[in-house]
Design a protein around this ligand. Structure first.
Ligand SMILES: Nc1nc2c(c(=O)[nH]1)N[C@H]1C(S)=C(S)[C@@H](COP(=O)(O)O)O[C@H]1N2
Ligand SMILES: [Mo]
Length: 350
């Protein structure tokens, strides 16, 4: 475990919790076990006065209440979301930010309206290039005061799986997940899915807000402008088998056949193959992969391990249909993003 977590990092970690890995046993993550990431404060929003505006380079600006949105055709989709900083605390040296290990993931059943028909209704002007999504939460980051906001190109915003979600697992969004409305961009790292959404602005040049130009870029050093973080890299995680030691989380289990189970996902394409190693990555075995609950959701996998007494290190590795996989050791980057290196679980078999 990486040493020297600061009180500032602990403060972030105590606010922004991960999904306990035993929750991988649920296909849909129960509300409250889904990971949480909030840059600033959770806004308190009165749904009676809240409005969504769609403006900028459009022919007919729109203003919609929550009732207006709920009256439109509803779409529900199971979507796996992961924070781009997942795995950050395992990088050396550790980039100082929310110190995730591997648990910043969850799969919810999101309900809302498709964005594309709303954009079509507003009517994009010919010079439209990007769509900016603005949340209600304000803070200071990197010395810059800002509302949390991110953009998508017009083409990405118009994809038919992009939703404006007002419900999660069948109930209204809880305050921490973006009440009353959030953007949901399946397959992309979580930062894209702007919570507490209240303004959509169509613009005629690329948006240069902090979360686009300074944050969420793959940078090798301070002088490197980097490249934008977009889709989720493949990852497989095991629900840790057996029982844990309280402090170290080392696992204890009995000798004999043990079913190892977990879930694997990628934002680039379907999961094709998952491999499990019980000797720290020396040799690999094919796991059985099941169907995901949706095209942008994780796939279950299982492997029956004939566990022998002694010390073992379990590893898993996902391969997606685009040929992407997971590295043994992650390449370092300034922001600590997209670290999808192999999970390693220390196990004592009795
Ligand atoms: N308005 C707003 N939207 C936001 C954020 C935020 O801080 N403010 N955090 C983003 C990040 S970094 C992630 S990983 C996801 C987390 O969504 P969740 O907390 O619902 O899991 O929300 C994204 N949307
Ligand atoms: Mo994130």
């Amino acid at each position: 475990m990486t040493a020297g977590i600061s009180l500032n990092e602990l403060q972030l970690a105590a606010r922004n919790h991960g999904m306990p890995l035993e929750a991988l046993k649920h296909e849909i993550t129960p509300l409250g076990l889904h990971y949480l990431l909030v840059h600033y404060d959770i806004p308190v929003v009165d749904p009676a006065t809240w409005r969504l505006t769609i403006g900028g380079r459009v022919r007919s600006p729109l203003e919609l209440s929550l009732d207006d949105l709920e009256a439109r055709a509803a779409v529900t989709a199971a979507v796996t979301m992961e924070c781009a900083g997942n795995g950050r605390a395992l990088l050396e040296p550790r980039p100082v930010s929310q110190p995730w290990l591997s648990e910043a993931v969850g799969t919810a059943e999101w309900t809302g309206v498709a964005l594309a028909p709303l954009l079509a209704e507003a009517g994009l002007e010919d010079d439209a290039v990007e769509v900016v999504f603005t949340g209600l939460d304000r803070g200071v980051e990197g010395g810059v005061e800002q509302l949390y906001e991110r953009s998508l190109t017009v083409d990405d915003a118009a994809r038919d799986d992009v939703l404006l979600a007002y419900a999660c697992n069948g109930v209204p969004l809880p305050p921490q997940h973006g009440f009353p409305l959030r953007l949901l961009v399946p397959g992309w790292y979580g930062m894209t899915s702007v919570k507490w959404l209240h303004r959509i602005t169509v613009v005629d040049e690329p948006f240069t807000g902090y979360q686009m130009v300074t944050g969420y870029r793959m940078r090798t050093g301070d002088d490197d402008p980097g490249t934008p973080i977009t889709r989720i890299e493949p990852r497989a995680l095991l629900a840790p088998p057996g029982i844990p030691d309280f402090m170290t989380r080392r696992r204890f289990l009995d000798a004999g056949v043990q079913r190892l189970e977990g879930r694997a996902w990628s934002g680039w394409g379907p999961i094709e193959r998952v491999e499990v190693s019980t000797d720290g990555g020396g040799t690999w075995n094919a796991a059985t992969v099941g169907d995901p609950p949706g095209p942008a959701a994780w796939s279950p996998f299982a492997f029956d391990w004939d566990a022998t007494a002694g010390e073992h290190v379990l590893c898993v590795r996902a391969h997606d249909a685009t040929g992407r996989s997971q590295p043994d050791a992650p390449p370092w980057n300034v922001g600590g993003y997209s670290n999808n290196a192999l999970q390693r679980i220390a196990v004592t078999v009795r």
